[in-house]
Design a protein around this ligand. Structure first.
Ligand SMILES: Nc1ncnc2c1ncn2[C@@H]1O[C@H](COP(=O)(O)OP(=O)(O)O)[C@@H](O)[C@H]1O
Ligand SMILES: O=c1ccn([C@@H]2O[C@H](COP(=O)(O)O)[C@@H](O)[C@H]2O)c(=O)[nH]1
Length: 299
């Protein structure tokens, strides 16, 4: 095998002699807001879904893989619908942080699959995540934990009204997650709705881009896809060490949410100008809101 193009060595993804570190995008939003569907549309439009896992430039991880293991007493509560899966304490924050930092260092990681029917992780059914160029990390509380929030290069919030979310959650949980109507409604009223108001909704303020109506908002999805495509094109031209993320961090600084153009490269500037111009045009129609203008773009 050509030593300049070894797919993986010592758990690192190496391509053309470079360690590949991903551009990390957080996708938050209430339950059934369409986070997974938005990520799926992004992957489809970038032509990623028909590729083998190892070849993908864009990968998606769900926060569900980071629910913590329950104690026997908690498991018994969960079976009766009395465990709060919408509280931050339900997650393994440390594992989530360590996994994302490993990916950012270019490491290949393995994460468990979550089974909603048994309310538990399937530890012997691991998913291998290759660093790729772009990693989407979606979940209700991905912006809740400050240390994790700070890892994202870009933060999206899927903002779908709560009636629509409930109307989508009920059939989904009955069909796909093995629940009955009473259970779904009880859980929603006891835990899901109050926790959304206390822990998830307040994190909307951290988002760089808010996507009203989720996957129905084809304009917002198209913009995000264009932006990622620019990033991928830039990376394939210049390699990961001169990535758009790094250039962007040179050219965009903002204490107060304003764009400031500094020493970044021309490609970064063009990409940013195109994205922000499109968003300005569209924001008047209420499709995309800029809250912070990529406050956290790059490190
Ligand atoms: N725009 C949409 N129109 C109709 N149904 C949708 C739409 N977006 C998502 N859904 C459905 O709603 C449910 C929840 O969507 P999903 O993407 O899984 O949300 P989340 O990941 O935020 O929980 C799924 O059954 C999905 O197929
Ligand atoms: O065992 C479980 C674990 C989680 N949930 C619910 O799932 C949602 C989060 O997933 P979404 O895909 O974002 O809806 C959360 O609201 C939990 O209540 C569960 O019911 N059982």
């Amino acid at each position: 095998m050509d030593s300049t193009n070894i797919p993986s060595l010592n758990n690192l993804k190496i391509e053309n002699g470079e360690i590949k570190t991903p551009f990390l995008i957080g996708v938050a939003g209430g339950t059934a807001s369409g986070k997974s569907t938005v990520c799926k549309r992004i992957m489809e439009q970038l032509g990623q879904t028909e590729m083998d896992q190892e070849q993908r430039q864009v990968v998606c991880i769900s926060q569900d893989s980071f629910y913590r293991d329950l104690t026997a007493a908690e498991e018994a509560k969960a079976k009766k619908g009395l465990f709060n899966f919408d509280h931050p304490d339900a997650f393994n924050e440390e594992l989530m942080y360590n996994t994302l930092t490993m990916l950012l260092k270019g490491k290949i990681v393995e994460i468990p699959t979550y089974d909603y029917r048994t309310n538990s992780l399937i530890h012997d059914k691991k998913q291998t995540i290759y660093p790729a160029d772009v990693v989407l990390f979606e979940g209700i509380l991905v912006f809740y934990f400050p240390q994790i929030r700070d890892l994202f290069h870009m933060k999206l919030f899927v903002d779908t009204d709560s009636d629509t979310r409930l109307a989508r959650r009920v059939p989904r949980d009955i069909k796909e997650r093995g629940r009955d109507l009473d259970q779904v409604l009880n859980q929603y009223m006891t835990f899901v709705k109050p926790a959304f108001e206390e822990f998830c909704s307040p994190t909307k303020k951290f988002a760089d881009v808010i996507i009203p109506r989720g996957a129905d908002n084809t304009v917002a999805i198209h913009l995000i896809v264009q932006h990622i495509q620019d990033f991928l094109d830039d990376r394939s031209k210049h390699g990961s060490s001169t990535s758009l993320a790094i250039k962007m961090s040179n050219c965009v600084t903002s204490e107060n949410g304003q764009l400031m153009i500094g020493g970044g490269g021309g490609d970064a500037f063009r990409a940013l100008r195109r994205f922000s111009t499109l968003c300005k045009e569209i924001s008047t129609e209420g499709n995309v809101f800029f809250e912070r203008n990529f406050r956290n773009f790059g490190h």
